[in-house]
Write a protein that binds this ligand. Structure first.
Ligand code: GRF
Length: 187
């Protein structure tokens, strides 16, 4: 059996990416095992997946970032976690935290980076009448959505595309891209 890398997923919301990674991680050959879920939002629906799949999950408020990161580091060290995936985690991590964790943190963003970093991606893409959008998995650096790109998926935008249809369409691709990127990192 492959020795799976102990991994923590950070979320803030629905956790659909989390769910798809959990499902894929059950595969014998998948390189990581989800040992912990951390949310900075107590109402994050994604936390329910922790309960459902019997994965330890924690909520820490991120109002005070230093305290939040201290709590995370305690849990991460305790469980010997070696890898972090941000999946819809809506807080920027400090330089110190990223450095301390040896830059073994990746994120998914719903645009073709380096275009459309930050929030309200789909709205800005549509306003600019782009023909294409997509999603990107990248390493996390202290600068928002700017680390080395691991992989991307491009999709075309229809004439009557709405924010919500674009979000749905890209999310389906995110679910595939996140797991295939994890596989590519540890191959
Ligand atoms: C995704 O579109 C992700 O790219 C972005 O936030 C959304 C999270 O969705 N950062 P979910 O919580 O995984 O369903």
């Amino acid at each position: 059996m492959v020795k799976k890398i102990k991994t923590c997923i950070f979320i803030s919301g629905n956790g659909s990416n989390l769910k798809s990674i959990i499902n894929n991680s059950r595969d014998y050959n998948f390189p990581i095992k989800i040992d912990l879920i951390i949310s900075n939002n107590i109402n994050a629906k994604g936390l329910l997946f922790g309960k459902k799949y019997s994965i330890p999950y924690k909520f820490f408020s991120s109002k005070n970032r230093e305290k939040f990161e201290r709590n995370c580091i305690y849990e991460i060290k305790k469980r010997k976690i070696k890898f972090i995936c941000l999946a819809g985690f809506m807080k920027v991590l400090s330089k110190n935290f990223i450095r301390k964790f040896g830059y073994q943190i990746i994120n998914i963003h719903p645009s073709l980076l380096p275009k459309y970093k930050g929030l309200n991606t789909h709205k800005r893409v549509l306003n600019n009448k782009e023909k294409y959008s997509g999603c990107t998995v990248h390493f996390v650096t202290p600068e928002l959505d700017s680390g080395k790109i691991i992989s991307q998926k491009k999709i075309s935008i229809n004439k009557n595309e709405t924010e919500s249809s674009l979000k749905k369409k890209i999310l389906i691709q995110e679910h595939k891209l996140y797991s295939s990127s994890i596989i590519s990192i540890f191959r």
